[in-house]
Design a protein around this ligand. Structure first.
Ligand code: DQA
Length: 150
C-alpha cells in the first residue's frame, strides 16, 4: 500500500478561529478528514502530523524517505524562514508537494518568498482546503512512481 506523509506546520492547529478572513472557517480536523476520505478511496495510507516546532518538523521530514512514498507539506510560517526544513527536504528521495491555504503571493511582501518552493516537485496555494485535496491528488501518482523505483 502506498504511504503518504502529511505535515502541517505552526499555528495550523488553530484553523477555524485563526484569521478566518484569510484562512476561512475550516478546521484542521476537517482538512484531515477530507484528506483521509480521499486517501481511503485511492487505497493510500496517510500519516498526518502537525507541529509548532521547527526542529520536530526537520526530524520528521529527514526520516520520511525511509517510510513514505511522498510528502505533502504546509510549512506555514516556516515556509518563509526555514533553511533547516528546506535542507531536510533536499535530503529526501521521495516527491514533496508544498501546500498553502492562502495565496502567499497576494499577501504581505515577506510571504511571497518561499524557501521551500525551489526544492519541491510542485505546489498548490490559494484554494483553502481544496489546496490540500489538489496536492494529495498530485502526490498519489508521484508516490506510485516512487514505490516502483524503491
Ligand atoms: C500558510 C501561509 C503562511 O504564510 C502562514 O504563515 C501560515 C499559513 C497558508 O497555508 O496559507 O501559517 O502556509
Amino acid at each position: 500500500m502506498l504511504k503518504i506523509l502529511v505535515i502541517h506546520g505552526p499555528n495550523l492547529d488553530l484553523l477555524g478561529r485563526r484569521e478566518p478572513e484569510v484562512y476561512g472557517k475550516v478546521t484542521l480536523k476537517e482538512i484531515n478528514d477530507a484528506l483521509e476520505e480521499l486517501a481511503k478511496s485511492k487505497n493510500v495510507a496517510l500519516t498526518v502530523f502537525q507541529s509548532n516546532h521547527e526542529g520536530e518538523i526537520v526530524s520528521i521530514v529527514g526520516k520520511a524517505s525511509a517510510e513514505f512514498n511522498a510528502l505533502l507539506i504546509n510549512p506555514a510560517a516556516y515556509t518563509h524562514t526555514s533553511v533547516a526544513i528546506r535542507d531536510a527536504i533536499l535530503s529526501l528521495s521521495i516527491p514533496v508537494i508544498e501546500v498553502h491555504l492562502s495565496n502567499i503571493y497576494a499577501r504581505e511582501e515577506f510571504r511571497s518568498k518561499s524557501l521551500i518552493s525551489p526544492v519541491v516537485k510542485g505546489g498548490v496555494y490559494g484554494f483553502g482546503l481544496e489546496s490540500y485535496i489538489l496536492g494529495l491528488n498530485a502526490a498519489i501518482p508521484l508516490a506510485k512512481q516512487n514505490a516502483t523505483e524503491k
